[in-house]
Write a protein that binds this ligand. Structure first.
Ligand code: ADP
Ligand code: MG
Length: 688
């Protein structure tokens, strides 16, 4: 149970003065649903204001505080024009205070004609007019404004203003209790970190630069600690040692020798499977590095040992593709492979469920459907999860609660993740790396092209399709962001253009399509009926289409290098493969282009991921959410890179020494886990 001290922080925002149903919405839009969220809504930056006695003094563009007397209100003649309030300083210089939309009502209240008011905001010039658009503050006396010339700037949503948010943050901070210290004394001293509550207050004031680091560290520590507890609990769980005798693997007639990396990974997995405690392993390898065979070998070990194996895919179509690949490869072994998706209903579904219960099905491939409550296994020994990044830790935990004994878990991902981020997301797992490509893979010809050559690119695409090939066209889409609608509109517009040229040969797939429609479109492309797939997300191009040997990536500057690399890995296995990175004009002049040039130079996904992190503080790696968010909201990428390794070691030591979190520091650390809602970690505590 959550410690009572935290209750005030977990109260709804509506418990704060001034928050009703109307304010709740914009707050939610910012992800602020509880008092705690407001306390952690740290300023984006700070403004330094200058108090001036008159408007002769400051320069346009400056943030000022000045006393003005209201001369008159000039109401907007129509809805689009702003409401202007003319006001003058002590010398008679006139300035317009400009309000758009509904804010004009407030303006009338705040700025009565003939009265003197202290106004804070950014001075601008519009024609000959001096103006302040939407002043940040209007006050009757100077005290509050002059006393605090450094001011936080918070990110806002429509319906919120700086003073309003500042006020709510202030209330939230007042409710913040003193909490026991979960960071070791030595670490605190070394970094000069203040206590938790002080750190919060200081961070909002922009004082004490280390304060913010401490808050980030808290979050990183909470995450690492929870993952370490998962790992620790897993180690103590009773799993099922799976030792195969090789009889099935011996019958596999692979048309190629395994790469060294594949053999090494299989060896690592084999070692884990033989243990009593369940495996938690991540298999990381670029697209095309041959993860499927590794998974198959692992599943055959499980079956040889008398258990069943399940493979979980993120979409139906990927599940079907895996099913077909595995069934073909496993053919000579006589192993019974089945497919189960949400689409299977009635008798077909019943018979599969029966097969799982009676054990006649050895290997099941499917979507989430294979883990529904109604699905029971005779003896599930191994779960393989493809495209791991789609599943969070808590989902991973749920999966492992399926069997009588905890199954072994092998997660697979093609996303090259730099080491630090990997610790953040998969810190509880061991890692196998497929760092060697099967021989015979052709390098991909990668070009960077300006968007104003779009017509040429489309002509090239037409020639490519006429020659009997297929192609992808990728438009970025940032999910859950302000620009989501715009992004979707852009993708639809582009699709319309392409459809005008290529007719029914072009299909569009985006995240907001109904699953059935999406599947139907994907199938038309995978089967070769459709020649051009216009897609907005990475996962939609996850299906292998050997004939699709060209990919155009629009607004490539918005993708991270690692992501671009993952995308381009999807182009088919033909001989002439090419990827065209289309850039908007403004991106061409930026260093963006230099960065993208790296894409031509190297096919090494890890190098690209590390470069991403180095060049852009990784911002872009996660900028488009497609590659999966960091699990953090306080720590930024720079802080993650710098502080996560320390937090991770700290967490490991703590769990080694005090796995039950029973010491004083352990108790404090429990509070920390609740504070950051990593309480699934607490539930796994030893003896708890
Ligand atoms: P991933 O899932 O890692 O993207 P796949 O498992 O789909 O890659 O493998 C990509 C292709 O490479 C498949 O056609 C597979 O049969 C082939 N392949 C896998 N391992 C080897 C190997 N050792 N030598 C040659 N080809 C291989
Ligand atoms: Mg694959």
């Amino acid at each position: 149970m959550r410690p009572e001290t935290l209750n005030p922080l977990f109260a709804e925002t509506e418990s704060l003065e001034g928050v009703g149903p109307k304010l709740k919405k914009p707050l939610e839009k910012l992800g602020l649903t509880r008092v705690r969220d407001l306390a952690y809504h740290l300023p984006d930056r700070f403004v330094q204001r200058r108090a001036v006695s008159d408007l002769d003094e400051p320069n346009v563009g400056e943030q000022i505080v000045v006393a003005l007397t209201v001369i008159e209100h000039r109401a907007s003649p129509n809805n689009r024009a702003p409401h202007r309030v003319l006001a003058q300083d002590a010398k008679g210089n006139v300035c317009a205070l400009v309000y758009f939309g509904k804010a004009s009502y407030t303006a009338r209240k705040l700025l009565p004609q003939g009265e003197k008011r202290w106004v804070a905001g950014k001075l601008e010039q519009y024609d000959q007019w001096l103006q302040i658009v939407h002043p940040d503050h209007v006050a009757e006396d100077s005290a509050g404004l002059m006393g605090n010339l450094v001011e936080p700037v918070y990110s806002l949503a429509e319906g919120l203003t700086q003073p309003k948010v500042a006020n709510l943050v202030h209330q939230a901070l007042e409710r913040a209790p003193e909490l026991p210290e979960w960071i070791e004394r030595g670490v605190l001293d070394r970094h000069k970190w203040p206590a938790w509550r002080d750190a919060l207050i200081l961070a909002h004031r922009g004082e004490h630069p280390e304060a913010r680091d401490r808050l980030a560290y808290d979050e990183l520590l909470a995450n690492s600690l929870a993952l370490m507890l998962v790992k620790d609990a897993n180690r103590r769980r009773r799993g099922q040692p799976l030792v195969g005798d090789g009889r099935l693997r011996g019958k596999l007639a692979l048309p190629f020798p395994l790469t060294g990396a594949q053999r090494r990974s299989i060896g690592e997995i084999e070692g884990d499977l033989a243990q009593q405690s369940p495996m938690l392993r991540l298999l990381q390898g670029d697209v095309g590095s041959g993860k499927t065979v590794v998974a198959l070998e692992a599943m055959l070990i499980a079956v040889e040992a008398g258990a069943q194996a399940a493979m979980l895919a993120p979409t139906e179509i990927l599940a079907r593709q895996h099913y077909e690949t595995l069934r073909a490869m496993a053919g000579p072994t006589g192993v019974n492979v089945a497919l189960l998706t949400g689409r299977d209903k009635g008798r077909a579904r019943e018979s599969i469920l029966m097969g799982l219960v009676d054990g006649s099905i050895d290997v099941i491939v499917g979507t989430h459907a294979i883990f529904q409550d109604s699905v029971a296994y005779r003896n599930l020994g191994l779960v393989v999860i493809d495209e791991q990044h789609k599943f969070g830790v808590s989902q991973r935990l749920l999966l492992t609660q399926k069997g009588r004994v905890t199954p072994h878990v092998l997660a697979m991902t093609a996303t090259p993740i730099p080491r630090t981020l990997r610790l953040a997301e998969f810190g509880e797992m061991d890692v196998s790396q497929l760092d060697e490509m099967p021989p015979g893979r052709q390098a991909i010809d990668t070009r960077v092209v300006a968007l104003d050559r779009l017509a040429d690119v489309i002509d090239g695409l037409a020639r490519h399709l006429e020659a009997g090939n297929q192609a992808y066209w990728v438009c970025p889409m940032v999910r859950g962001s302000e620009t989501e609608t715009e992004d979707l509109a852009a993708a639809e517009t582009r699709f319309a253009t392409l459809k005008a040229r290529f007719g029914d040969a072009a299909v569009l797939v985006h995240g907001q399509l109904k699953p059935e429609l999406k599947d139907a479109a994907m199938e038309r492309f995978a089967s070769g009926q459709a020649k051009l797939l216009v897609a907005t997300t990475v996962i939609e191009v996850g299906v292998d289409v050997p004939n699709a040997t060209l990919m155009v990536i629009e607004q490539a500057e918005r993708f991270g290098l690692a992501q671009l690399h993952q995308l381009r890995g999807r182009v088919g296995r033909g001989s002439a493969k090419s990827v065209c990175l289309l850039l908007r004009g403004e991106a061409l002049s930026e260093t963006g282009r230099e960065r993208l040039a790296l894409m031509r130079e190297t096919q090494d996904g890890f190098r690209l991921a590390e470069e991403d992190l180095r060049l852009r503080g990784g911002g872009e790696l996660l900028g488009t959410r497609q590659s999966g968010d960091t699990p953090f909201r306080v720590a930024d990428l720079e802080q993650i890179t710098r502080l996560l390794p320390i937090a991770h070691d700290d967490a490991r030591l703590l769990v080694e020494r005090d796995g039950g979190l029973a010491s004083a520091r352990g108790e404090a650390a429990r509070t920390l886990l609740y504070l950051f809602e990593r309480d699934w970690g607490v539930q796994l505590l030893r003896g708890g």
